[in-house]
Design a protein. Structure first.
Length: 135
């Protein structure tokens, strides 16, 4: 799972803790504060295997510089804190900073919690599945 996917699915406390580590240990400069924006949503037509624009989605975007490395964060909807935390994490991980390994370990632990939550939801949904096989 890519670090941006983990940031998108992680609990707010988990990404806040990771971002706090970055802010407390490295120089941070917010280049563009979290602000609203719109992005086009692309979709692939499975029958014709062509891409088309489904519409627009409201997002919150942010750009930062962490110890000379640029980072970008984007959160669906009004997610100012998630966009900022995502930008901080992107700068460290995407830029290959010296503490990227430590941050990656924390993200991996969060990925495990995300996958466990998805598994629980999947099992709950599977338990409601109806079989229409009549013999």
């Amino acid at each position: 799972m890519h670090h941006s996917e983990i940031v998108a699915e992680a609990g707010p406390d988990a990404i806040r803790e990771i971002a706090d580590i970055i802010v407390n240990r490295l120089p941070v400069n917010v280049l563009r504060a979290p602000s609203p924006g719109m992005v086009m949503v692309r979709q692939v037509d499975p029958l014709e295997n062509t891409t088309f624009l489904l519409g627009e989605a409201y997002v919150t975007e942010c750009e930062v510089e962490v110890d000379g490395l640029l980072g970008y964060g984007c959160a669906l909807g009004a997610g100012e804190e998630r966009a900022l935390c995502g930008a901080l994490i992107d700068a460290v991980i995407g830029g290959g900073h010296a503490i990227a390994g430590e941050i990656s370990d924390l993200l991996s632990a969060e990925q495990g919690r995300i996958e466990a939550r998805w598994g629980a939801v999947s099992r709950a949904v599977a338990s409601t599945r109806v079989s229409f096989d009549v013999r």
